[in-house]
Design a protein around this ligand. Structure first.
Ligand code: RBF
Length: 177
């Protein structure tokens, strides 16, 4: 997993980053398999994601940013460029990039969405694992011996209800296509 952090609104990004890491850990991702880098602002997320995807060292990328609406149109331009850019990287590289960018009206909203139970980062970590597994399945990397190493049941208890001992087999279920 690759995480790219924008530097603007650092306290908010710290909260999102903690949420992402908590959910990655819960899904069984080891910290040695998480790479983090930092960029100046949300506008720089897409190009950095593209370089990270080109490195072929990550299955999925989480882009973290926080755009707080000011008096100018600048917010809309950056938000639009960032969203379109991140989507372009996902589709052109087939490395899923999570849009972990808060676009909010004020700081209070940003705090709410980056702390406690309403921390959006808690969803983004889980979504990243889901998309990383989906990518591997779609690209044919989830077969044979490799499949046995991966147990999606641990990551997604709601999607993969636990079986009782001896009930069915323990083969990982396929995600995606
Ligand atoms: N970057 C962010 O990640 N969040 C912001 O809220 C944000 N606001 C900005 C407001 C202004 C007026 C400017 C000029 C830049 C802002 N940026 C913000 C930085 C932007 O994403 C980018 O790093 C710079 O524009 C340099 O390309």
């Amino acid at each position: 997993v690759g995480i790219i952090r924008a530097s603007w609104n650092k306290d908010i990004i710290d909260g999102l980053y903690d949420g992402v890491n908590a959910s990655l850990t819960e899904a069984g991702v080891q910290s040695k398999n998480v790479f983090t880098t930092t960029v100046p602002g949300a506008f720089e997320l897409p190009v950095t994601a593209k370089m990270l995807a080109a490195s072929k060292r990550v299955d999925v990328i989480i882009c973290l940013g926080c755009l707080i609406k000011g008096d100018t149109m600048h917010f809309e331009y950056i938000a639009q460029a960032c969203a379109t850019g991140i989507m372009e990287v996902s589709t052109s590289t087939m490395t899923p990039c999570l849009f972990g960018v808060l676009t909010v009206l004020d700081k209070d909203q940003a705090i709410k969405r980056s702390t406690g139970d309403s921390n959006e980062g808690l969803h983004w970590g889980k979504s990243a694992v889901e998309m990383g597994l989906m990518r591997m399945s779609a690209l044919g990397f989830l077969g044979g011996a490799k499949a046995a190493e991966i147990n999606p049941a641990a990551a997604f208890p709601t999607q993969f209800p636990k079986k009782k001992a001896g009930e069915g087999d323990d083969k990982p279920q396929k995600i995606g296509f």
